[in-house]
Design a binder for this molecule. Structure first.
Ligand SMILES: [Fe+2]
Length: 248
């Protein structure tokens, strides 16, 4: 039987002119695009989803992807040189980074310039395996330096799933939250999906991003369906993301 409330909507219908603040499309410097061809293919397919402004956020993770201004700058230049002028005229690409808040980050924060998403916003991530011992202290230091921390995919840190109140504490400390769009499906697991929806429904999510690493992520995004309630929440968050980070 048809029910108004069971009607489903495609996520991709909300992505026209979306500003993607989290993706791994720069070639060869992390676990995202492997080479330039791969980057170009991802950009083409993301354009088909409606994305026009790209903020690539390669991992800066001391032990696995020790990226610097130089590695990120070079990958960005290589990509720009490979993009045809027609595509360049239709999109913007402004590189940033996704900083792992590990023990090396504090040293990095003291000595280095950080890539921001726009103005003072920096994208940060945590280990998936264990909570950071000094997370609250690091957030304080980031803010003292004049940056605004945005925590990437808070819903993916399973050690907080049974401690939902801690999310509110992080927000009170001045941390903003970016949800991964694929967390609104079971792509990362049922518990991530449930926590993502909890955070969204409780108005704890500020921004969304794709976190695209490869083509399968794009296929899944393009097939993702939402119920009416999720759609209403998401429209608001997508608007906020676009308004905050658009450079056009
Ligand atoms: Fe990421």
């Amino acid at each position: 039987m048809f029910s108004f409330f069971s009607k489903k909507f495609f996520l991709k219908d909300l992505l026209e002119d979306f500003v993607d603040i989290h993706n791994h499309i720069l070639p060869g410097i992390d676990d995202g695009a492997k080479n330039i061809e791969d980057s170009l293919n991802l950009i083409r397919k993301m354009q088909e989803l409606g994305i026009k402004q790209f903020i690539p956020t390669p991992h800066v993770m001391h032990d696995f992807y020790p990226n610097t201004d130089e590695t990120i700058g070079n990958a960005y230049q290589n990509l720009l040189e490979a993009l045809d002028s027609k595509t360049q005229s239709k999109i913007t690409i402004n590189p940033a980074a996704e900083y792992m808040l590990d023990i090396h980050f504090e040293k990095f924060l003291k000595t280095n310039y950080l890539f921001t998403l726009k103005a003072k916003h920096i994208l940060v991530e945590l280990s998936y395996f264990q909570p950071s011992i000094n997370l609250e202290e690091i957030i304080f230091k980031i803010k003292t330096k004049g940056y605004i921390p945005i925590l990437a995919h808070p819903e993916r840190y399973s050690y907080y799933h049974n401690n939902l109140g801690y999310y509110e504490k992080l927000k009170q400390l001045g941390c903003y939250f970016q949800l991964n769009l694929l967390s609104l499906s079971n792509h990362y697991g049922v518990s991530v999906n449930k926590t993502g929806n909890y955070l969204m429904e409780n108005k704890l999510i500020d921004f969304v991003g794709t976190d695209i690493h490869h083509e399968k992520h794009i296929e899944k995004l393009s097939n993702l369906k939402l119920n009416k309630k999720s759609k209403m929440h998401l429209i608001e968050i997508i608007n906020n993301t676009n308004q905050t980070f658009s450079v056009i």
